[in-house]
Write a new protein. Structure first.
Length: 159
């Protein structure tokens, strides 16, 4: 078995309402996926395309969004909130992310990531004529750890 990981070049900044499946299909033409390939898509582009964003102009706004996204708060330490999301994930700040979003917006986790992946898979299979698997993923920090790993850095940040 061989595992090959290929980046998908040519995607612009994703905005709410963008047709992510069509954008991916166009970008994938240069990669030529084959049946059985797995497409891994970061949750952030899915969230952006689906409009899973919120305004957070201040730290108080951000904390309010985190509280609203949490099904349950497990613990707080300094500015970190460990929460159980509506999906059942235990993570920092209920998965609310301030990076790589414009202005005062924050990205929320996709509301129904399994459904999002299913829809992307169906549309891409039709557009490309191959059987694909689609996984929606992203860096997932461990509770109580400041920072993240897996985005091109192996340096530990924080305590």
């Amino acid at each position: 078995m061989t595992v090959t990981i290929l980046p998908i070049p040519g995607l612009p900044e994703i905005k709410p309402g963008d047709d992510l499946a069509a954008m991916l299909a166009t970008a994938l033409e240069g990669v030529r996926p084959q049946s059985g390939d797995i497409l891994v898509v970061t949750h952030k582009v899915v969230s952006k395309a689906e409009g899973a964003l919120a305004e957070a102009a201040s730290e108080a706004d951000y904390r309010s969004v985190v509280e609203n996204e949490a099904a349950s708060i497990i613990r707080r330490r300094d500015d970190m909130v460990i929460a159980i999301t509506q999906h059942g994930f235990v993570c920092a700040n209920a998965g609310v992310d301030r990076s790589n979003v414009p202005g005062d917006q924050v990205a929320l986790l996709p509301r129904q990531p399994d459904r999002s992946a299913h829809r992307l898979r169906l549309r891409l299979e039709r557009a490309l004529g191959v059987d694909l698997a689609v996984i929606i993923t992203d860096t997932f920090g461990r509770p109580w750890r400041t920072g993240s790993a897996g985005q091109g850095s192996s340096r530990r940040i924080g305590r």
